[in-house]
Design a protein. Structure first.
Length: 335
């Protein structure tokens, strides 16, 4: 459905945009139960949407932008794809900003109408929900070494793990290696009971959580048992050469400069490496320089390495998280 062909009630300027949808069944899906999808768009875009049979009347200053969002979402349900609150949030955030974006490696990443990128995994399809996330995902497919830097909740690690799973199930890498520095976030946890795996697993739990979203439980357990997926503290990377692997270092702001150099030099033939972190959440002892900040300074001008940055506007958790991050940033401009 081309927005330019939709009937519009003209005024000077038009007070409302009237959209007509040919399939009433799909329109019902677009609107959602009790019109909750329309209510979400109204809230996010400060418009009013009135339903009139198989037509939607859009009123408000952002009526043109809201009509474009409705068109994209209708095309989504027309293609047989689900429509969740996160998909509506993504459509509003992205608008037309992703138009014209290219994609490579068709078996790895798909580009849909309006520039929507999808990452296929065994359990679900993952879509970037902001322009920064789209640029980040493209960088993950196009560069051997990528950095994702920004606050919590912006999808840096989640998207990196999704791409790692996608690369492995499509045969582009043989294994996935996920790592984090085992640094306490300000607490004194003491000596944890159990063997080495029991001691380090609490630090690695966010990585397990991401993997569980993308792979069935039995398959994940088998891949971990066969060491096709490894989850290990950063210290365990020393002395290894990581070939034909997709390697993700999470919470990289808590790696020291020496640890970061050690990790980066593990990159082997056929491998890709992603480093994610948040410069505002360094838990290293006072006076110890973050390896993430050092790497950003030292490697910033080297070709072939991508640096992607996120802000509070890219937070895709609860909306309150973005407000909390913005408040802390305002309180400490040096963040």
């Amino acid at each position: 459905m081309d927005l330019s062909t939709l009937p519009v009630h003209d005024a000077e300027p038009p007070l409302e945009l009237l959209l007509e949808f040919p399939d009433n069944r799909l329109l019902i899906e677009l609107c959602g139960e009790f019109d909750r999808n329309l209510a979400q768009i109204e809230h996010l875009m400060s418009v009013q949407i009135l339903r009139r049979g198989n037509q939607l009347a859009v009123l408000g200053e952002a009526r043109v932008e809201a009509a474009e969002v409705l068109q994209k979402l209708y095309e989504r349900v027309e293609a047989g794809r689900s429509l969740e609150p996160g998909d509506i949030d993504a459509a509003v955030r992205l608008g037309n900003s992703a138009e014209g974006t290219g994609a490579r490696d068709g078996d790895q990443i798909e580009m849909f109408k309006g520039g929507h990128i999808e990452i296929g995994t065994r359990k679900k399809t993952v879509e970037p929900r902001t322009q920064a996330q789209q640029a980040y995902v493209q960088a993950l497919f196009e560069h051997e070494l990528s950095f994702g830097i920004g606050p919590a909740g912006t999808g840096k690690t989640y998207l990196a793990v999704a791409v790692a799973v996608n690369q492995m199930i499509n045969g582009h890498v043989d294994k996935i290696i996920l790592s984090r520095p085992a640094v306490e976030a300000g607490e004194r946890l003491g000596f944890l009971p159990g063997d080495m795996k029991d001691k380090v697993d609490p630090y690695m739990q966010p990585l397990y959580d991401a993997l569980n979203d993308f792979l069935p439980g039995k398959q994940l357990a088998k891949l971990i048992e066969e060491k096709q997926i490894e989850i290990a503290p950063l210290a365990f990377m020393r002395g290894r050469t990581l070939s034909n692997a997709y390697v993700v270092l999470d919470e990289a702001q808590n790696a020291t400069s020496m640890q970061m150099k050690m990790f980066l030099t593990r990159l082997g033939q056929g491998s890709r490496m992603v480093i994610t972190g948040d410069r505002s959440q360094v838990d290293l002892p006072r006076g110890v320089t973050s390896g993430l900040i050092d790497a950003e300074r030292i490697l910033g001008d080297i070709g072939g390495i991508s640096f992607n940055y996120f802000t509070a506007k890219d937070v895709v958790r609860h909306p309150m998280v973005a407000k909390i991050i913005e408040a802390y940033d305002a309180d400490d401009p040096a963040r």
